[in-house]
Design a protein around this ligand. Sequence first.
Ligand code: AMP
Length: 307
Amino acid sequence: MSLLVVGTVAFDAIETPFGKTDKIVGGAASYIALASSYFTNHIDLVSVVGDDFPGDFLDTLKTQGVNLDGLQIKKGEKSFFWSGRYHNDMNSRDTLDTQLNVLADFDPKVPESYKNCDFLMLGNLSPAVQQNVLSQLSKRPKLIVLDTMNFWMDIAMSDLLETLKGVDVLTINDSEARQLSGEYSLVKAAKKILAMGPKALVIKKGEHGALLFNKDEVFFAPALPLEEVFDPTGAGDSFAGGFIGYLAKTQDVSFENMKRAIIFGSAMASFTVEKFGTERLIGLSQEDVANRVQEFVDLVQFDISLV
Ligand code: AMP
């Protein structure tokens, strides 16, 4: 099953209570592609970078099995740059700087060989670009998942609402769900958001896990209690990569299987936060992933007799 990943490949500068980085490699699509590479070996990427972007990271993506034919490298231009500072709880952060650079006039070109993709992950990016990619496909994928953030809600809400009409699953964090719906209760927020188009909604709550909703049901996956969280950047994207990667691998998009997929997503996110940037997502073994998922199973499994 082929998976098309769209999103930023970028530079980030991160401050946490434990340290600070200069420009390091990040971007939503980098995390998504790396996380999903543990589940499926046909991953196609659509993104854009400037010629300041390090070739060795692009080689790493290729080594992890990611096809870069749809990655534009703009001569003489700078890559997207984002900088953020985490609060002491590591659950909330402030964006310090967003420099769109190559993203400002990004015109995505979906290669012919990508156009029949089975699964589509519209990672965090301008909703107009997400929509543009969707409109270039030859057929509707079996599943379309969209991730976005407050930045795009602030500057492109009407484009976002238009794009949402055509997707199957939306993944956002709790404060973004509140912003999008205008509701404080996440249950009410989910109802309103599901009326905007998506058939399922994932609300990520950082160290407090993730909720999966459809019209009639709700399911909860915890986050793994970790002794050390170094850098939460990319946790949401790694979650999305594990989620859609597992669905692509199993080719089953039922709500029951999405419940399993959010455990795999949570497992990939738990790796990401253990190191700065994308480092922890590179070179994991299948055994590492399986052991991590087993930790989730052990965390929540209990026997109860109700008689
Ligand atoms: P996450 O921590 O999973 O929400 O995602 C962090 C990643 O999102 C970082 O690596 C950033 O490069 C990327 N990012 C931050 N702001 C934006 C934005 N406005 N559009 C697209 N990607 C962004």
